[in-house]
Design a protein around this ligand. Structure first.
Ligand code: ADP
Ligand code: MG
Length: 700
């Protein structure tokens, strides 16, 4: 079928009209014929089965029953009335119930006449079926049998406007008739035969009107593959283009600074994972393409040292480097730590954050432009236009998920030739998602913790056990340890949370009185200076307890802190809990994480807590998180369009995704510009998708 025909606005389809067109567009985003045929059912109902009333199960699935209505009555209820019909089939009886459209139904239903009713059942003192689909048995027997009935996603508004599942199905039938069921093939003959796929037309037919289970499965596979294939093709093409087009600075010298540091000042031996990642980065930097690499490593896996070694490579090659962190606390900590590591080397480092004074700022700007400064560490302040480098060769972004895409690309544009970019994240992104979200980045993973770490022991305690927990804190402080107590701060209920925090602080202050105990408190409503002061007291060991909101979530490093108490832990997401727990377990001592909750826990909260207690593995936690919440809530997905997938599911269709990625890579490897005859179909389809914006913008 001519692809242009499918671009026809939906209003022109027979049976649609302006009103329905409006609803279809606003509720389902269906604007064109194309959008309609690509609007796929989200489940199917097997209508080959008929149930007897005495066989019904209390599991709420859709069932089909043959029987007769014996009487109908209106029943008064709190608001308005409901219409109830008694339906019997000889084995038992159930109620058919209507809340809407009662008049029409009352006038049109026939008593004591065989009907086929279809719908979900509820059980309360017997079975009932609200708003059943009804068909006279005589019509039912004459009609075309569709074995698997598609169910399309819908909304309340659509239902109220009478655009039911059946209407959608009829519209699609109409459209299929118009185009005689013919769709332009969208995959190359080579891929079709390699994967033994059914044709596009066959797949489209069976996704909307499945002839049987087997063909439905084939149709689903083929369409999911196609969708994921073109997304991967786009990501990989972008990555390849990027490498070709965007020349980077070649760092070909492993110079004196790197070597000197590595041999004389490295405070520990690198783990094998760190060594491997440094090697991967060096290979990027030594090629003449710009590096665009994501470094994933769980909290405490030692990303900072990798960042530092990379910066030394830049300086060895006469370039400057910058490191951007999401919070002042973190930037400051990087600054102090890196300064310490480089204390005996002749390297100039500066810290630039919002709280750096104007006069000091000016000096930094000048030294950057003259090239006197080698390394600049800071927050968003690094992105200001005034910050100009002599020759920025490397930009590192820590905890990248906290920055937007725009911010990342701003760093790039600090030079005519973009600097190499290394983004680091401690939020492990499940492989599946990483492939889709960051398919255009190269990925390195530190999957090993430095030696000698004792795994953190995590327990779940109810608020009612608080006294025991306090005793435990006391014991830990006695042996010289420090404690974090973290309260949730979620924007919507900020005032309430703030009160929780203050109440908590007071109760702790009562149980841990000065002068024996000293307590720090840090929260978002404090001035940066005060925050810093309190932080420093804790870092220096002057205070034993740090009461805080989640501002300490990222990056803070106090190796002597060995207990993390998370209050109202049921209110935190898994990745946040994991991040918080990562604040302890940084020293040689046994560390603990105590998850405090009330007794009221949702099933999901229970799973989160159990997962935290069971494992310390960030990737495992991320996988559970993905399953619990779906990809929608995972950082980064919102910007990516991965949620707009029409048929594939990036969590469930992991294997298809891998296959699609493999074929996309192969195709572009063999034919980067898609100019070979055998790839004509792919080239054409890809161009169409881009032209009609049916492929989404991804993070770059
Ligand atoms: P993250 O990956 O969370 O940023 P850091 O870089 O802050 O982790 O490292 C956590 C701690 O581990 C730091 O105190 C660091 O000095 C230490 N560390 C890093 N790599 C090693 C290693 N190979 N051996 C021993 N300790 C290490
Ligand atoms: Mg870090």
């Amino acid at each position: 079928m001519n692809a242009n025909y499918l671009q026809t606005p939906i209003v022109y389809l027979k049976g649609v009209g302006p009103n329905r067109a409006d609803s279809l567009q606003s509720e389902l985003g269906i604007r064109t014929y194309q959008d309609l045929v690509n609007f796929f059912p989200n489940r199917y109902i097997d209508k080959t089965q008929y149930y007897k009333i005495n066989q019904l199960q209390r599991n709420g699935t859709d069932v089909q029953v043959i029987g007769k209505i014996t009487h109908i009555k209106s029943v008064e209820q709190k608001k308005g009335k409901r219409l109830v019909a008694t339906f019997t089939d000889g084995t038992g009886q159930m109620d058919l119930v209507w809340f809407r459209g009662q008049k029409w139904i009352r006038e049109n239903l026939k008593l004591n006449t065989p009907y086929v009713v279809f719908g979900k059942t509820n059980y309360y003192n017997g079975f009932s079926m609200p708003h059943p689909e009804m068909e006279l048995l005589s019509d039912h027997e004459k009609g075309v049998k569709i074995a698997m009935q598609p169910v399309y996603p819908s909304t309340e508004k659509l239902a109220n406007k009478g655009i039911t599942n059946r209407v959608i199905n009829k519209l699609i039938q109409q459209l299929f008739a118009d185009i005689k069921g013919q769709f332009t093939e969208a995959l190359s003959p080579k891929i079709i035969s390699a994967l033994n796929l059914i044709s596009k037309s066959e797949a489209m037919y069976n996704i909307h009107f499945p002839q049987n289970q087997e063909l439905l499965a084939k149709a689903q596979f083929r369409l999911k593959f196609e969708e994921l294939f073109y997304i991967q093709l786009q990501l990989i093409a972008k990555n390849m283009l990027h490498k070709q087009r965007i020349k980077g600075f070649t760092f070909d010298k492993v110079g004196t600074l790197f070597t000197e540091f590595y041999n004389n000042h490295l405070p520990f031996e690198l783990t094998n994972a760190q060594k491997r990642v440094v090697k991967e980065i060096r290979a990027d930097l030594g090629s003449n393409a710009q590096m665009n690499r994501l470094l994933q490593g769980d909290v405490g896996s030692g990303k900072t040292i990798v960042a530092l070694l990379t910066m030394l490579l830049a300086i060895d090659n006469d370039f400057q480097a910058c490191l951007m962190a999401p919070t002042e606390i973190l930037a400051n900590q990087h600054f102090v730590g890196i300064q310490e590591l480089l204390a005996n080397m002749n390297i100039n480092i500066a810290l630039l954050t919002g709280s750096v004074k104007k006069s000091q700022r000016k000096i930094i700007h000048e030294q950057l432009e003259s090239g006197e400064l080698h390394i600049l560490i800071g927050t968003h302040a690094l992105l200001e236009d005034k910050v100009q480098y002599k020759n920025l060769g490397l930009a590192i972004v820590d905890e990248q998920h906290r920055f937007g895409v725009a911010q990342r690309s701003k760093l790039w544009h600090k030079n005519t030739i973009p600097p190499h970019v290394l983004v680091m994240t401690a939020t492990p992104i499940p492989r599946t998602l990483a492939m889709s979200l960051y398919g255009d980045l190269d990925i390195s993973v530190i999957d090993e913790l430095p030696p000698g770490r004792k795994p953190i022991k995590t327990v779940h305690r109810y608020d009612s056990n608080r006294l025991k927990v306090f005793q435990f804190i006391r014991d830990e402080i006695k042996i010289g340890r420090q404690i974090y107590v973290v309260y949730p701060l979620i924007q919507e209920s900020e005032a309430l949370d703030y009160k929780d925090l203050m109440d908590g602080y007071e109760s702790i202050a009562r149980d841990f009185p000065s002068p024996e105990f000293q307590i720090s408190i840090v929260h978002g409503q404090m001035k940066p200076d005060d925050k810093e002061y309190e932080m420093q007291r804790f870092v220096k060991g002057e205070t034993q307890i740090m009461v805080a909101t989640t501002v300490i979530e990222v990056g803070v490093n106090v190796p002597n802190a060995s207990v993390m108490i998370i209050e109202s832990a049921e209110r935190f997401g898994l990745s946040q809990l994991h991040q918080l727990r990562g604040r302890v377990g940084r020293g040689a001592d046994q560390s603990f994480c105590i998850l405090m909750t009330s007794h009221k826990l949702s099933a999901e909260a229970k799973t989160r807590l159990e997962t935290m207690v069971r494992t310390n593995d960030g990737f495992e936690i991320a996988e559970v998180d993905l399953k619990l919440r779906g990809p929608g809530d995972i950082m980064g997905t919102q910007q990516s369009g991965m949620l707009n997938l029409k048929i594939a599911d990036i969590v469930k269709d992991n294997d298809i995704l891998k296959t699609a990625r493999y074929y996309a890579i192969q195709t572009l490897k063999e034919d980067p510009k898609l100019e070979k005859d055998e790839n004509f179909v792919i080239n054409y389809t890809y161009a169409q998708l881009i032209k009609h914006k049916n492929i989404w913008k991804y993070i770059s």
